[in-house]
Design a protein around this ligand. Structure first.
Ligand code: URA
Length: 310
């Protein structure tokens, strides 16, 4: 058994432990899932040197369980708070710039990351310790997108590495995937702080405001266009509303697929986006984990992913 597979199985086992805080799946659902879980994972096959093939179930059968719903017409944009933020329109990325192979995708992602690290388009650029462009497989079929970096991410320049990130790792492992197979990023690339003069304070986090999101969104849009994933999981209401361009509550947006439309980039292939709870919210409200797990299972079914063996 390969080390990576063994580690994944251990992650999943830990994920299934009946510890309130870390367990996403309630006991009854676990028992049912164990009874019906398919047991053979397909042997991994290299798609290219950067992409690890997911273990897949028969695609047509599972895809049929996950109907997708096109987005309704987006509502008129609400006025945004733009204090201190640059307001010029983002230059559009021509679809012809979209790269084709993983190496080209990585090169474009590196270029976007450099721009992000140099960005001073809003006040967060002056108060961050590190910009957090995002990381993962440049040819990922699945992206996870959160709202913005917190304390740990600001200190290390990497997304989702704090407590919420550890739960996200378990959610990813429960889907039979690893961080290296997906791409993880945020809408805002710099740490939004309640008190921007004190980046060393814990609990100094806030959601990015509409002006910060408006200025930063060109980066996530270009990252999505570069990676060209098939699916995106939006983590939490801020990311869901920004990406689905809808002001409805997370409760109204989650539990179904939406077709992604971007402002500055024409996508070459359709991208389905599904919203679920932010892992930080799941840590605060463990009773939401069963709904989050149901959301993730919709993505797994659409992707033809099998649950890993315990
Ligand atoms: N919360 C987020 O939304 N993103 C991170 O990277 C960390 C915590």
């Amino acid at each position: 058994m390969k080390d990576s597979v063994r580690a994944l199985a251990a992650e999943f086992k830990e994920f299934l432990r009946t510890r309130e805080e870390d367990d996403l799946m309630p006991a009854a659902q676990k028992a049912a899932a164990h009874a019906s879980a398919p047991h053979a994972a397909a042997a991994p096959a290299a798609q290219d040197h950067l992409t690890i093939e997911f273990a897949r179930a028969a695609k047509p059968a599972v895809a049929a369980q996950a109907p997708t719903h096109p987005l309704p017409q987006p509502p008129q944009p609400a006025p945004v708070e733009t204090a201190g933020c640059a307001t010029e329109a983002s230059p559009a990325l021509s679809p012809t710039e979209a790269p084709m192979n993983a190496t080209e995708k990585q090169a474009l992602l590196d270029q976007i990351a450099e721009e992000i690290r140099a960005c001073k388009r809003c006040p967060l650029g002056d108060t961050r310790l590190n910009a957090v462009p995002g990381e993962g497989n440049p040819a990922a079929e699945l992206m996870f997108i959160g709202e913005g970096p917190g304390f740990d991410e600001d200190h290390k320049g990497r997304p989702f590495i704090g407590r919420a990130g550890q739960l996200l790792d378990k959610m990813i492992a429960a889907m039979g995937l690893t961080r290296e197979q997906v791409f993880i990023a945020n809408i805002a690339k710099c740490h939004p702080m309640v008190n921007p003069t004190n980046p060393e304070a814990h609990g100094n986090d806030r959601a990015p405001n509409q002006g910060e999101i408006a200025v930063c969104r060109k980066y996530i849009e270009r990252q999505i266009a570069a990676i060209s994933p098939k699916y995106i999981v939006a983590l939490g209401g801020v990311a869901a509303k920004a990406l689905i361009s809808d002001t409805k509550s997370l409760g109204a947006l989650r539990g179904k697929f939406h077709l992604l439309h971007l402002d500055s980039v024409e996508l070459k292939a359709p991208v389905q986006i599904l919203a679920t709870y932010h892992p930080a919210a799941l840590l605060r409200n463990p009773n939401w984990k069963k709904d989050a797990w149901a959301d993730l299972q919709m993505v797994m079914a659409a992707m033809g992913l099998k649950r890993p063996q315990a």
